[in-house]
Design a protein around this ligand. Structure first.
Ligand code: NOJ
Length: 524
């Protein structure tokens, strides 16, 4: 894979555009708002942005139901605003990834409306339709009875998101196309055109939604990998520097077919990859939000060692370290913010890990100040995800500085709790999470060994111990999310260059490490 230089020191900031900053008082965040806050993102140390879908949409899944791939949704601004954002970011040497949704469109997309007509036309096979309104395909979810066309159509996520047709790995029915049929290629070509359109406007690449799910009945996702290889081949002929990060959570598959980065989450559809052992191993009732148990590694009281995570991670890492990067995230717009599960002390250790691991890290807006998860009613298909999508908390003025519009018009309510943390209050507190994040990112920028480079070596990891230490070049990172004091022998002389928590550094030994994150550098 071609080496993309800026990725070597990239730290991403994920922006959910509707909730970041409202520049025109309509209660919804917008692109001009992002432009106004670029200095803020930059001062945090983030030099790249992933922006969630900003395209024309009926917003039944917050924009992951695209109606027009080439038009910015009017609530966010215009196509020229987007171009202005790209220009301003490039002036600051920052990079922008848009969110590409290639698996499905909105049911209101003109391609779909054409395909739903009974009379055949050039879009009839852009989606996956069976031969009769009562025929439901095996292993796939399909909807019938909504349109004139006598068939059911396969969906990817919600009913409003019909699946685009990239073919079937094994064709077993007359209505299925193969992956190398002209219909499947026509879908690929349409998405290639969308990518090229935005790349021609200066955008640096894409985060790719449900990247693993293009081809249907696809054992081992081999058909989907082939589709990406072909699409990347076409796009990179013209745009060799285009960057892609996948929502695949299987680096071995994603990075081998041309993605530059893959998010390391556990999605039910992939089986495990060890991530959930770190910070998502809790049992939560999504109706009452009661946490019944939490056995995640980073939970202070849990007995979990780092080994179950490492077992899965190391094989993924070893297999892909020449191909691209694994991306850890603090949270994203689909997850319950970690402040729901972890204390400030615990989060400081978690961030210590995220920002010192190899690969390219992603920070979700508001996580730098520890924004809370709000238990609020659903909006735009968010359901339990809605509580992680509330407006950014800038200061203690009207609507916490997110919008000077009317409170009733806000996209989602702001967190009104009296003690609510804001950027302004975080900046006044030297012990705030904000400064911790800023420091961690600044160490990353300052030392090549702490950047994306795949130079990871486990130094200490044992069953029955929560101590975990790893090396990255001349740096040693020590984590101890536990109240039990533990000791660590060193293989040389080190100095601590940054730490949170308790420890005593002696000659070639660290003693009494408790609830700590330590960044050490080998003495020359
Ligand atoms: C994953 C996205 O992150 C999520 O927000 C969306 O609802 C689904 N894919 C469907 O596009």
């Amino acid at each position: 894979m071609k080496k993309i230089e800026w990725l070597e020191d990239a730290v991403f900031y994920e922006i959910y555009p509707q909730s970041f900053y409202d520049s025109n008082k309509d209660g919804i965040g917008d692109i001009q708002g992002i432009i106004e806050k670029l200095d803020y993102v930059e001062s945090l140390g983030c030099n790249a942005i992933w922006m969630n879908p900003c395209f024309d949409s009926p917003f039944r899944d917050a924009g992951y139901d695209v109606r027009d791939y080439k038009k910015i949704a009017s609530r966010y601004g215009t196509n020229s605003d987007l171009e202005e954002l790209v220009k301003k970011m490039h002036e600051k040497n920052m990079h922008l990834l848009l969110d590409l949704v290639p698996c499905h469109t909105s049911e209101e997309h003109p391609w779909f409306l054409e395909s739903a007509k009974q009379e055949r036309n050039s879009y009839s096979q852009r989606y996956i339709w069976t031969n009769g309104a009562f025929d439901k395909p095996n292993n796939l979810t399909a909807v019938g009875g909504e349109y004139e066309r006598n068939g059911t159509y396969v969906i990817s996520f919600f009913n409003c998101q019909p699946s685009l047709n990239y073919g079937f790995s094994k064709v077993t029915e007359s209505w299925q196309c193969s992956t190398n049929s002209k219909e499947a290629y026509a879908t690929q070509d349409a998405i290639i055109e969308v990518m090229k359109y935005w790349l021609s406007k200066g955008v640096d690449g894409f985060r790719v939604d449900m990247a693993a799910c293009l081809v249907k009945n696809d054992d081992g996702e081999v058909g989907t990998q082939a589709a990406w290889k072909r699409m990347f081949g076409e796009v990179r002929k013209e745009y060799p520097n285009a960057v892609f990060v996948s929502e695949w959570s299987n680096p071995t598959r994603a990075l081998k077919c041309g993605f530059n980065m893959d998010f390391y989450l556990d999605h039910g559809w992939n089986g495990g990859n060890g991530y959930h052992h770190l910070l998502r191993d809790q049992d939560i009732d999504l109706n009452t939000y009661q946490i019944k148990k939490d056995v995640s590694y980073f939970k202070t009281e849990s007995k979990q060692s780092i080994l179950p995570f490492l077992k899965e991670y190391l094989s993924n890492y070893k297999e892909t370290k020449e191909d691209g990067y694994i991306s850890f995230i603090t949270d994203n717009h689909d997850m319950i913010r970690i402040t729901k599960f972890f204390s400030l002390e615990e989060i400081k250790i978690i961030y210590g890990f995220i920002f010192t691991m190899p690969g390219v890290p992603f920070l979700y807006y508001g996580d730098e100040i520890g924004m809370r998860y709000l238990e609020i009613p659903t909006k735009e298909g968010g359901y339990h995800r809605t509580g992680s999508r509330t407006p950014m908390q800038w200061n203690h003025t009207k609507n916490l500085g997110f919008s000077s519009g009317n409170k009733e018009d806000l996209y989602l309510p702001v967190d009104e709790k009296h003690s609510t943390i804001t950027v302004e209050s975080a900046l006044e507190n030297p012990n705030s999470l904000y400064y911790h994040v800023q420091k961690l990112i600044s160490f990353r920028h300052a030392h090549k060994d702490l950047q994306s480079i795949n130079n990871f070596k486990v130094y200490y990891a044992k069953k029955n111990s929560k101590l975990f230490a790893y090396k990255r070049g001349e740096f040693l990172i020590v984590l101890s999310p536990s109240l039990n004091e533990e000791n660590l022998k060193l293989d040389g002389e080190y100095e601590v260059i940054y730490s949170v928590g308790k420890y005593n550094l002696e000659f070639k030994k660290i003693k009494n490490i408790t609830q700590a994150f330590l960044l050490l550098k080998r003495r020359k």
